[in-house]
Design a protein around this ligand. Sequence first.
Ligand SMILES: Nc1nc2c(ncn2[C@@H]2O[C@H](COP(=O)(O)OP(=O)(O)O)[C@@H](O)[C@H]2O)c(=O)[nH]1
Ligand SMILES: [Mg+2]
Length: 351
Amino acid sequence: MAQIKSELGRDAVILHTRRLKKGGVMGFFGKEVIEITAGVEATAQAMVPVPEVKMPPARPVLTDGDSKMTAVQLELGTMRKLLEQVLHKIPLQEEKKSPVFAMLEQNDIDGQIAAELVREAAKTKFPAGIHFTEDQAVLEVLRTYLQRIEGITVLPNATKTVAFIGPTGVGKTTTIAKLAANFAIKEGYKVALITADTYRISAVEQLKTYADIIGVPIEIVYTPDELKLAIQRHQDKQLILIDTAGRSPKNQYQLGELQDLLEINPYIEVHLVLSMTTKYKEALDIVHNFSGCSPQKFLFTKLDEARNIGTMLNLLYQFPVTLSYVATGQNVPDDIELADPGKLMNLILKE
Ligand SMILES: Nc1nc2c(ncn2[C@@H]2O[C@H](COP(=O)(O)OP(=O)(O)O)[C@@H](O)[C@H]2O)c(=O)[nH]1
Ligand SMILES: [Mg+2]
């Protein structure tokens, strides 16, 4: 519905849906797609004047990346990759001898993924007239996994609500302060903060201090109902940022609570915050454990402390999510930027 409404407006209704399989062998491995026919009722459209939305220049627009990633999609993404890996197990040994393979491994890109990138590059047909060496071709393929980038899209006449989830200490609260300052002070949007992190008094105080300095309102909520009301109270804002308690990925009860909190409103855009200092295998566990909260975007912090961005690449290779911002230090509000494929590629090539 969120995607339909973003394309057709608030009055859009679903007229018809049907499930079908595309591709695949004997009904297996086919991608199930859902075809949705939607429309806008003529009367509703005629009666409600649609306000003209003036888009500020050079602001990212809504794309497919905005559709919510479900836990199932997350799992399917991993399963597809696993299957491909099993099916191609033997030839992968050859790819491991490629000179570029060592460079990828030095960047902590998972061996299996590095081998697949090498194989993908060998199969890729680049546009006529472009001749890449093997190394360059692999890097070009790698770059395609860094293309899905989209920050927070704020529209002048709508309220964008974004929640940040992730383990304790990854930098959620600091990131929210940075984003709030940038959107409110630098870009002049009306911003409100909501914190659901009421487990520690210091956590509330931390965000409250930032809110006071930036000059934006802050609400403290203890239950899903309170969160709902707080969001309703701030419908005059263009951006609402929600801080959540750092959840232990091992604690399913806490994760369930977080899920309940986020399910109150399907329009909440969920960013999973991950630290670049986390090892790949740990990060995989975190992504799986938080998948119930359907994160649409990954936001990486502590790039300044990381040896390389291998973990980021491994995750983006595995999951069909969008990359939003990268945080590069402790300074509020400066140490954050929209992810940039060129800069990220340079980090891989620096050694
Ligand atoms: N080096 C570095 N430290 C960061 C970054 N982002 C946050 N931090 C620090 O990480 C610690 C935990 O941050 P906090 O926002 O409280 O994490 P939360 O528990 O996820 O809300 C604080 O000391 C922050 O200053 C970053 O990008 N780089
Ligand atoms: Mg916090």
